[in-house]
Write a protein that binds this ligand. Structure first.
Ligand SMILES: *Cc1c(COP(=O)(O)O)cnc(C)c1O
Length: 462
């Protein structure tokens, strides 16, 4: 038993009143704003009108707003948040003791809802604005399915229709997720499918493909723009999603402030960048305004290394090349990560906001290999009790690595990381790990060159 005196509780809970009243828009404090979305035909910035064909009107406003620092959270959304928020901030005493580190480790746990992840924070906001606009429903894609589940929950709650295109490899690996979505009333189709023109084109070109997020996005967008009363919604990458996810960071900061803790290092996994963007937002705001400094680390899989090996360039968000172009760290919209990569985080690009912050040297990135991620997940599950999602375990890996560095140097650093979700639907991946048959496919430079070769040539840009 530890004899360490404990003055910070194992879990720092907030009250319902402490759920944020407003989202924080980090772009308002950025000197170099993220580059605008471009119309792929003209090379000109997308107007609100053009974006409104694909996205809900009020979400377009949020997408384009780079000056308003605080955007009030509508009461209906705060009421929904109360069902599963505030999320606890946990001091990982057991992990610290196991590692024998003098570092203090905190994690913000977002897995306490049926979707098993932070995705619900944005799903409810997006479904709310769709309903407010009088739409019949929304379409989307889902990879590891937490987003599809979250959106199904939000749409069921508000009584609107939800059509989900699910990456085929996940559809096959995680059949139970599909049943959760169907229970919430969603219509679920494996992607690529024969139900859309772009799906048929991709299947013809790559028969037997296991699909990708980029490809499922193309299908969902096609269905949204060709059905009256529908719009497309996206669970990550976009500025609006990072805005909604700022509740994670705002709550974490409120909790830490109560105990006067300033994290030295903030760590999050990065797929499209929404949880990390949300977790770091208020801290990054302080950093941008020169009020404080934090070391911020994005963790990505070595199998899909957009930050660490990608190019900062305009690219399509989807494989079918029908979406606007975004300037981001990207592996190319044609990049399809190896199908044996079990842990999600499979998108080829990265949030334009985070890409700009990374480009400006305001945050770091590391890529980690799958087996070392699952080793960290296993250790964490055994000492902290929560079975982590493979995605979240990327952050755990680096939090452990940083805590072990502190052990070597004797530094008592405060480390905060995002525990984005639970891994109950990822047991096929855990099984591979437990059976010792998990592979670590890391793309070669030639693999990446193929993706880069597909980067678009934009009129008026080099
Ligand atoms: C979707 C997801 C991620 C990655 O997405 P981001 O947009 O990068 O946050 C990470 N963890 C979990 C549990 C997820 O569901």
């Amino acid at each position: 038993m530890s004899t360490k005196s404990i003055d910070i509780p194992y879990k720092i809970y907030l009250s319902e009143e402490e759920i944020p009243q407003s989202w924080y828009n980090v772009r308002a404090d950025m000197k170099n704003k993220p580059a605008p979305l471009l119309n792929p035909g003209t090379g000109k910035p997308m107007t609100a009108e053009e974006l409104g064909v694909v996205f809900c009107a009020e979400l377009v406003e949020q997408e384009l707003d780079e000056t308003t620092p605080f955007i009030p959270i509508p009461q209906e959304i705060r009421d929904f948040y109360k069902m599963y928020r505030p999320a606890p901030l946990v001091r990982a005493y057991c992990l610290e003791e196991k590692l024998g580190t003098p570092a203090h480790i905190y994690y913000k746990f977002e897995g306490n809802n049926t979707s098993g992840s932070h995705k619900l924070n944005s799903a409810i906001a997006q479904a709310y604005y769709a309903k407010k606009q009088g739409l019949k429903g929304v379409t989307t894609e889902t990879g590891a399915e937490q987003w599809g589940t979250a959106l199904s929950m939000a749409c069921a709650y508000l009584g609107i229709d939800c059509k989900v295109y699910m990456v085929k490899v996940s559809y096959e690996q995680k059949p139970f997720r599909r049943e959760v979505m169907r229970t919430y009333g969603a219509d679920v189709t494996p992607s690529p499918s024969m139900t859309t023109a772009v799906g048929r084109r991709i299947l013809e070109e790559f028969p037997g493909t296991t699909g990708s997020l980029g490809c499922a996005i193309s299908e969902a967008v096609e269905v949204a723009v060709s059905n009256p009363g529908y719009r497309y919604v996206l669970g990550s990458v976009l500025n609006q999603v990072l805005l909604h996810q700022s509740v994670i960071g705002l709550e974490a900061k409120t909790a830490l402030d109560k105990y006067g803790v300033k994290p030295d290092i903030i760590i999050g996994c990065a797929g499209g960048g929404s949880n990390l963007g949300g977790l770091i937002s208020p801290f990054m705001g302080e950093k941008l305004r020169g009020e404080a400094d934090y070391r911020i680390i994005a963790v990505e899989p070595a199998s899909c290394p957009s930050f660490t090996r990608g190019k900062f360039a305009y690219d399509f968000c989807d494989t079918g090349m029908i979406c606007p172009l975004a300037k981001m760290y990207t592996l190319g919209s044609g990049f399809i990560p190896s199908p044996n990569h079990a842990g999600g985080l499979r998108f080829h690009g990265m949030s334009p906001t985070l890409s700009q912050l990374y480009h400006d040297g305001l945050m770091e990135a590391v890529a980690v290999e799958q087996t070392s991620v699952f080793e960290a997940a296993e250790l964490f599950a055994r000492v902290e009790g929560i079975l982590p999602a493979p995605e979240s375990s990327h952050a755990i890996r680096v939090a452990i690595d940083e805590a072990l560095k502190c052990k070597a140097t004797g530094e008592e650093k405060d480390i905060l990381f995002g525990l984005t979700g639970t891994g109950y639907f990822d047991l096929v991946a855990y099984q591979k790990f437990n059976d010792g048959v998990m592979g670590d496919y890391i793309p070669t430079d030639e693999d990446l060159a193929r993706g880069f070769a597909g980067l678009p040539k934009v009129p008026g840009l080099d």
